[in-house]
Design a protein around this ligand. Structure first.
Ligand code: NAP
Length: 476
């Protein structure tokens, strides 16, 4: 039984449990919420109103969220004392109940915490940052066809250059590291030639592990498996042409996972190409088939020709029977794209993408770029998900100048709530909110940030007014 210094858990309700990384959700889950600082005072009540109304309408009282208020950020310091940005009570509650939702938090100044969001991710090992980006009809967008973009960015949360293992140029440790690399590590490698780290450089380490990559890509594939049709598609986004042993390894480990653990339900882009281009003629030799799938086959070296023949044989032996004759089209397609090309493609051919699995830094950039296409960060929800906990959150900050004025857009936290309901398997309630929010925007009942971008401008509704509009439009 969890004990708390200053909190009293709800009397009713049941905790969500996790089994093999998946939540087991009762009909009366207790969900801790962090109201958030700044505009959290406006956004949270609006969000709770919408979530409760959707659950009530969808399940007619047979399901209900039991909210448990917990504290973080400035509000926590008011209750627990100076620098108590993330009290133990809050961690205990999230550990006990598993799924939580939070508004924006002020980044602490002093007190030893660099970022509350990063601290929560680390404490609960929330290794996937999930950010869906889709268009809601009527949202002002700089793009001509924002409705074509509907992607879910899966950004790895715990590794990569963001781990913050770095040294400033003037740090004596850094100077010594550079010396050691230049004099010992690089010469010993043999393949690095005369490369040298310039004196006076700062150094950052970019660790990418097989374990970290695969557990993250596993969640991305599992998500794609819940989607329909062409959306059953995971793209491994990387810069592996340059950073072979980090970014390139992420891609390779992704393919390895897809073609081993998920063999029955996944096909790679290359495999689908091979299966689709083989002759429908059992008497044709391996070499004859290799010629069909590789234009220019005859001009290749004998070694390359042998490689292609082997590849064809391997694909046929492994999945010819299970995935051939178009059966692969029902499966999850796994392909990969170089990070810079994905930035172009989500703008020029957005309909071709669905789940984008990325490392940390690429995911940071690409999720903001995708959010911009569909109308900006004000409407972009996010979640941080691990094997024993999940926290749903706003992607924007506390916007302090708008705090308490009942004018800010609550869309990001409301949509985070939609993600939470979907994660809990309460899809009917989630669908009501999505329909309500779409209809409210299409009806131009929007907060100031969207109203000012509409042409012609429209009169904005308040934060709470937007929540009411969403509820009113639940029927679409
Ligand atoms: P911010 O709070 O995101 O606000 C910057 C601007 O973005 C606002 O002035 C507003 O623009 C717009 N905006 C933000 N939220 C909006 C919403 N819900 N609806 C409509 N417009 C919205 O960024 P900041 O001022 O740089 O950061 C303030 C604090 O929040 C800092 O302590 C920062 O560290 C923290 N922060 C927290 C998170 C998080 O908790 N996830 C994320 C980012 C920043 P206009 O005034 O032009 O309308």
């Amino acid at each position: 039984m969890a004990t708390y210094e200053k909190l009293t858990p709800p009397v009713g309700g049941t905790a969500i449990r996790f089994e093999s990384g998946q939540p087991i959700v009762p009909d009366d889950p207790i969900i801790p919420f962090i109201r958030g600082d700044g505009t959290g005072v406006d956004i949270w009540p609006a969000t709770q109103r919408v979530l409760d109304a959707a659950v009530a309408k969808a399940y007619g009282g047979t399901r209900k969220i039991v909210w448990f208020k917990v504290y973080a950020g400035d509000e926590a310091c008011e209750l627990y004392g100076t620098y108590q940005y993330l009290p133990e009570d809050t961690l205990t509650a999230i550990r006990t109940y598993g799924v939580a939702i939070k508004g924006p938090l002020t980044t602490p100044i002093g007190g030893g915490i660099r970022s509350l969001n990063v601290a929560l991710r680390q404490i609960f090992d929330l290794y996937c940052c999930v950010r869906p980006c889709r268009y809601y009809e009527g949202t002002p967008s700089p793009h001509k066809r924002p409705q074509d973009l509907d992607v879910i960015v899966y950004r790895e949360n715990t590794e990569d250059i963001y781990m913050g293992i770095e040294w400033a140029a003037e740090d004596p440790v850094c100077v010594e590291l550079i010396h050691h690399f230049n004099e010992v590590v690089i010469p010993a490698n043999g393949k690095l030639g005369k490369r040298r780290i310039p004196e006076g450089s700062g150094i950052g380490i970019k660790p990418v592990s097989k374990f970290g990559s695969q557990r993250h890509i596993r969640k991305a594939i599992q998500h794609a498996m819940r989607l329909e049709g062409d959306k059953r598609h995971v793209t491994l986004v990387h810069k592996g042409n340059i950073m072979k042993f980090t970014e390139g390894a992420f891609r390779d480990w992704g393919y390895e996972l897809a073609t081993s653990e998920f063999r029955d339900v996944c096909v790679t882009e290359r495999e689908s190409w091979i299966l689709d281009n083989l002759a429908n003629d059992p008497s044709l030799s391996l070499e004859g088939n290799a010629r069909l799938i590789e234009p220019g086959y005859d001009a290749l070296t004998p070694e390359k020709q042998a490689t292609i023949c082997n590849e064809v044989k391997d694909v046929l032996d492994a999945i010819g029977h299970s995935h051939g004759e178009g059966r692969w089209k029902r499966m999850v397609m796994v392909d990969d794209r170089i990070a810079d090309s994905i930035f172009q493609q989500i703008q020029t051919r957005p309909q071709e993408y669905s789940v984008l699995a990325t490392l940390n830094l690429n995911g940071d950039y690409v999720s903001d770029a995708a959010a911009a296409v569909v109308g900006g960060l004000g409407m972009a929800p996010g979640a941080n998900i691990g094997d024993t906990a999940a926290i749903f959150e706003a992607t924007h900050g506390t916007a302090p100048k708008h705090a308490g004025l009942d004018r800010i857009n609550p869309g990001s936290v409301i949509l985070s709530g939609v993600m939470m309901l979907e994660y809990m398997g309460w899809g009917e309630a989630a669908a009501l909110i999505t329909a309500g929010l779409s209809a409210a925007i299409a009806n131009q009942e929007v907060t100031y940030d969207l109203a000012r971008l509409m042409e012609p401008r429209v009169e904005p509704v308040s934060c709470s007014g937007f929540a009411e509009a969403v509820v009113r439009h639940f029927g679409g």
